[in-house]
Ligand binder design. Structure first.
Ligand SMILES: Cc1cc2nc3c(=O)[nH]c(=O)nc-3n(C[C@H](O)[C@H](O)[C@H](O)COP(=O)(O)OP(=O)(O)OC[C@H]3O[C@@H](n4cnc5c(N)ncnc54)[C@H](O)[C@@H]3O)c2cc1C
Length: 389
């Protein structure tokens, strides 16, 4: 999706942002903030032609205070330098997997990733913010306006103002972390979910786990588990529930990779380029119904384009310890979240059009019949029915 903005502004500080907003208001031009530019629907280009794009690329500061366990950051940075910088002090911050996602759009819409089970969503860890409001007022501390601070943590990329800085709670992490990769035969997917349904909610919070299901017409569909455990492989193995899980789910192979670089584990994940869609599905404590798993597997087996999907185990984690009303990020109490990523190298080809139609059909049926009615707003999709409601 490409839109043509009327101009890009590259402010150096909050006063430049203020001037740009006031100038655009006088000229009746819609303004939009751009942080990492990863909006699936290109909303940081305005989502329509002729917007004024306020690019926060110069807001790059990162200041760490290990005593108060906080970081103050500009909203123009991607998550990678944040992970890198806090890790120099053996701290981490819970946010997404893609290293280039910008903190501006990402954290304000939620922000889930490898540390969510332990520390919650990125938005749960926002303590304060500096915002330039639509009338040009600079709010230096959103804490003085509790409703504003409440709203931006989960809906902050929806137009309350342009957020120029954030104060974050950062977390000490052990020096050694362990990555665990478990491969399965694709046909074992239902068994895997039934074992995960029973044992997953009791897994230690140091463990964040994704079920990864990929479709690829060349190699066929595949299923694996990708986890990060905050501790050594030996400590990990002492968690009997995980050993039980491995025994019951009958994997093809199990690999432990011990590493002292948490951020390395995260940023080495592959980034896909080009246009793509990313359907989102939440499942309550009953899990994914058997029929739903069959439907999902059938789609991954027969889909003509490539599709990646990651199911995050939310149950038993920090995200669910926070009430639905505490901040504007509302998706609490779920067992799993599936995020799909379907890349389309050529956005205008016939094959892409067919695949998008097929994906939408799947998306609609899966949402209506097997998932909850909620979708994660960071995986925005303008083709969803009634998404504005
Ligand atoms: C490859 C890829 C991987 C992803 N992986 C994950 C993941 O692991 N976990 C996850 O939770 N999400 C993930 N996402 C989704 C991601 O969180 C959203 O796309 C997010 O909105 C991107 O933020 P951004 O700043 O990069 O995007 P932008 O396109 O810059 O902004 C997105 C929206 O936020 C608004 N916005 C941006 N900055 C500000 C600001 N400073 N103040 C106010 N509004 C602002 C924009 O106007 C726009 O509406 C991924 C997306 C992609 C493309």
């Amino acid at each position: 999706m490409v839109y043509f903005p009327i101009a890009f502004v590259h402010p150096l500080d909050e006063f430049d942002v203020q001037s740009a907003i006031q100038c655009a208001a006088k000229l009746n031009i819609p303004t939009v903030a751009r942080s990492g530019g990863h909006s699936y629907e290109a909303y940081s280009l305005g989502g329509q032609d002729c917007s004024l794009v306020i690019n926060l690329g110069h807001f790059k500061n990162i200041t760490i205070d290990t005593i108060s366990q906080t970081a103050v950051i500009g909203t123009g940075i991607p998550v990678k330098p944040l992970y890198h910088k806090v890790h120099e002090h053996w701290f981490a911050f819970p946010a997404g997997l893609c290293p280039l996602v910008g903190v501006g759009g990402h954290m304000m819409g939620g922000g889930m990733g490898f540390l969510s089970r332990k520390f919650g969503m990125a938005a749960d860890n926002i303590l304060d913010a500096q915002i330039v409001l639509a009338n040009g007022t600079v709010v230096y501390s959103a804490k003085e306006y509790p409703e504003l601070l409440w709203a931006i943590r989960g809906a902050g990329n929806a137009g309350y103002g342009i957020i120029t800085a954030l104060t974050l709670r950062i977390h000490p992490i052990p020096k050694i972390v362990t990555r665990l990769i478990i491969n399965y035969d694709f046909d074992q997917t239902p068994l895997l979910f039934s074992v995960l349904d029973q044992l997953g909610p009791n897994f230690h919070q140091n463990l964040t786990l994704y079920v990864v299901i990929n479709s690829d017409s060349d190699t066929g569909p595949s299923t694996s588990i990708d986890c990060i455990y905050l501790g050594s492989a030996d400590e990990f193995r002492q968690h009997v529930d995980v050993q039980e899980f491995i025994k019951l789910s009958k994997p093809k192979n199990v690999t432990y990779i011990e590493n002292d670089l948490y951020y390395f584990q995260v940023v080495k994940n592959m980034t896909l380029h080009g246009y793509y869609k990313s359907p989102s599905f939440f499942f309550d404590q009953r899990g994914i119904p058997d029929e739903g798993i069959k439907y999902y597997m059938q789609f991954m087996k027969t889909f003509k384009c490539r599709a990646h999907s990651k199911t995050l185990l939310i149950a038993g984690g920090k995200v669910n310890e926070i009430s639905r009303n505490e901040i504007a990020y509302v998706h609490r109490g779920f067992k799993y979240h599936i995020a799909m990523a379907v890349p389309f190298p050529d956005a205008h080809s016939e094959e892409t059009k067919e695949c998008i139609q097929e994906l939408e059909k799947f998306n609609k049926h899966f949402l209506q019949n097997y998932a909850s009615y909620e979708c994660y707003q960071n995986l925005i999709d303008r083709q969803l029915d009634n998404w504005q409601c």
